[in-house]
Design a protein around this ligand. Sequence first.
Ligand SMILES: Cc1ncc(COP(=O)(O)O)c(C=O)c1O
Length: 373
Amino acid sequence: MNSATVSAGRILRPTRAEIRLSAVRNNLKKIKKAVSPARLLFMVKANAYGHGAAGLSRLAEREGLAWGFGVSSVEEGLALRADGIKGPVLVLGSLYPFKSFVEAINAGLIVTIASLDAARQVIAAARKLGKKAVCHMKLETGMGRIGARRPSLLKIYDELSASGSVEVAGLYTHLSSADSDPDYTGAQLSIFSETAAELEARGVRGLLLHCANSCAAMNCPVSRMDLVRCGIAAYGLAEGFEPALSLKSSIVFIKNVREGAFISYNKSFRADRPLKIATIPVGYGDGYLRRFSNKADVLIGGLRCRVLGNVTMDMIMADVTAVKDSAVGSEAVLLGRQGAAEITAAELADLAGTITYEIVTLISARVPRVYVE
Ligand SMILES: Cc1ncc(COP(=O)(O)O)c(C=O)c1O
């Protein structure tokens, strides 16, 4: 299912994620301007952090807002090609099983090579297909996830370039602490630059060099190099950018309860006075976390209404006692703005003890993504 482009006509349940295209457009333009002449790899992995990869990649390609796209797996890259994306697509994950190199090469995806084993496998796959593969090498500088250390990276380069079957088009690393530890970031960048210089001293030219995520791209000019890989800023969840996603629904049931009434599983809320309570069709099956039980607010009639009792799989209850005129059909905003009020991803992340990335990425496939200008 292409969860990114559900047409409004097919939506029956009122729960939906609305993505403001103008916000994504403005954010991408702002990044591009700030990092120029470096180019922008728009990170659309994990369904564009929950925002819908197809719709946003098409927007970026159509309007020339990004040089290319970053995904985490061959499947995500193939989905972009199926959605009509023609530009460069870099698969940032490690490719295993190695037979997926064949699919990646056939679809013209740029693969990441982070080990000698993978280098040999991509050479074999390219030879078998009679097609040239394109790769970026990944250097380990301190993230401790995937990446070759400098000595093996140089060996990898030698084998790939000697093969004649693989074009080594780039070299990159990932910064683990760009938002929290400038010294560590500086040390990572030094290892990277020394390795790039060593390759250059051996006569290697024209590699696309890239290290920066959103935070580094905006705040650490030396990290920009040839390409920046930005996700969270494009979605407006970094300082100075416009949030693009709102999670919205409507009241589907409403009732008045007496003092002492219990609400939701395990009697997780008890009314200490008569209350008017609305039921909203969103739950942890949609990515609205159970951790929000009795903690998060929902916006109804422009007011903050507390979620009462445990979040269930498909529904939550909220206190609408103070909202005059609330009724079945009234809009409920779970994330985003309503009038002057706003629930931010940062607020929800704090309540759940997590980061904004997780709040938006976990919005599940059953929530239609609706694009609005
Ligand atoms: C390798 C890599 N590069 C870039 C990014 C983008 O980071 P951000 O969303 O902070 O811009 C990520 C995100 O997880 C990543 O894994």
